[in-house]
Design a protein around this ligand. Structure first.
Ligand code: NAI
Length: 333
């Protein structure tokens, strides 16, 4: 039983090789992303293909994979907007994914970004290495007593809220559904506008869809408090980058932390240190002293990668044997 991995990074190899010891599948790792340019190179005997967020599984790619005998597409991520599900169904290819790997990993990264920005530890780190122990310019603010607004109180939003309650923050939330356990812990559900109005810190934890594209734009930013801190570990398309840059320039947004960027496909997960970056907006964002950008690393912990590898291999094992995985939400087709 052979599995071909696309967009494979060294850490994918480490974790999948480790957990594959229990299964003994033959693993083949390709660094390139999957798309029409490479699909013909899939070697005979490959029964499963394991892909990530930027692999392109179009109808054409799926047809070729089916002709080559591929029976399973395993997404080692939660989202599936890059896969033609209908074509896979038509071709009799089963698709599994990892619906949740570690909400705490993402929530903790959001908090790490917030603490870096409010206490300027990234600046302090560089400064003391130059033997500069001056405190000028490092003035921060307490999280204790601040109002934090959380947009989206699903798995990650909830994990984030628990941490913020621990800091002694007042937590306001906005979601399509209210979570009774969070309400019992003192979280107050309000409308989106009310949360914007009253929050010192805003953290986005809802998925991106057609209705909330550019949720944070010029007209919503004016409803936020002057001096607001915004953290986005969810999806880049939730922020209108142009409008956010204007609000940073005017000083309305005091701090911004982003782990996701609307045009991240061309940039993230790559070492571009020797390249000229043509994208002016990300360059402008990175030039602000009060903006922190990380390259979609919020999920990137030992625990999350272990979960991704074990859930993926377990689902493939079930599908190949014709049995159902214990968690039905892993199956898309
Ligand atoms: P989830 O499905 O458990 O929760 C999402 C919540 O958002 C739900 O309660 C839903 O009702 C709510 N929601 C949907 N639209 C909304 C709107 N317009 N306004 C307010 N609430 C809304 O999802 P989970 O696991 O908490 O993940 C949230 C997002 O985090 C994912 O969609 C993904 O975009 C992002 N993510 C980022 C990662 C990273 O490494 N940076 C890793 C994993 C997920």
């Amino acid at each position: 039983m052979k599995i071909a991995f696309f967009s494979a990074k060294p850490y994918d190899k480490t974790f999948f090789n480790r957990y594959n010891e229990a299964y003994g599948f033959e693993l083949e790792f390709w660094e390139t992303h999957l798309g029409p340019h490479i699909v013909n190179a899939i070697t005979p005997g490959t029964e499963a293909v394991c892909v990530f967020v930027n692999d392109k599984l179009t109808g054409e790619v799926i047809d070729i994979m089916a002709a080559k005998g591929v029976k399973i597409i395993a997404l080692r991520c939660a989202g599936f907007n890059n896969v033609d599900l209908e074509r896979a169904k038509k071709q009799g290819i089963r698709i599994c994914r990892v619906p949740a790997y570690s909400p705490e990993a993402v929530a903790e990264h959001a908090v790490a970004m917030l603490l870096t920005l409010n206490r300027k530890t990234h600046k302090a780190y560089n400064r003391v290495r130059e033997q500069n122990f001056s405190l000028n310019g490092l003035l921060g603010f307490n999280l204790y007593g601040r109002t934090t607004g959380v947009i989206g109180t699903g798995k990650i939003g909830k994990a984030f809220i628990k941490i913020m309650l621990g800091f002694g923050c007042k937590v306001l939330a906005c979601d399509l559904y209210e979570d009774e356990t969070l309400k019992a812990e003192g979280v107050q559900y309000l409308s989106f506008d009310e949360v914007l109005n009253q929050s010192d810190i805003l953290s986005l934890h809802c998925p991106l869809n057609a209705e909330n594209h550019y949720l944070i734009n010029e007209s919503s930013i004016v409803k936020t408090k002057k001096g607001v801190t915004i953290i986005n570990t969810s999806r880049g398309g939730l922020l209108n980058t142009h409008d956010v840059i204007q609000a940073l320039k005017s000083g309305h947004i005091a701090y911004l932390g982003i782990d996701v960027y609307e045009q991240e496909e061309q940039l993230f997960f790559k070492d571009l240190s020797g390249s000229i970056i043509a994208n002016d907006e990300i360059q402008r964002l990175m030039s602000f002293p009060n903006v922190l950008v990380t390259g979609h690393q919020a999920f990137f912990t030992e625990e999350a990668l272990s979960q991704i590898a074990t859930i993926t291999l377990n689902s493939i094992d079930h599908l190949i044997k014709g049995s159902a995985p214990a968690d039905p939400s892993v199956l898309l087709v």
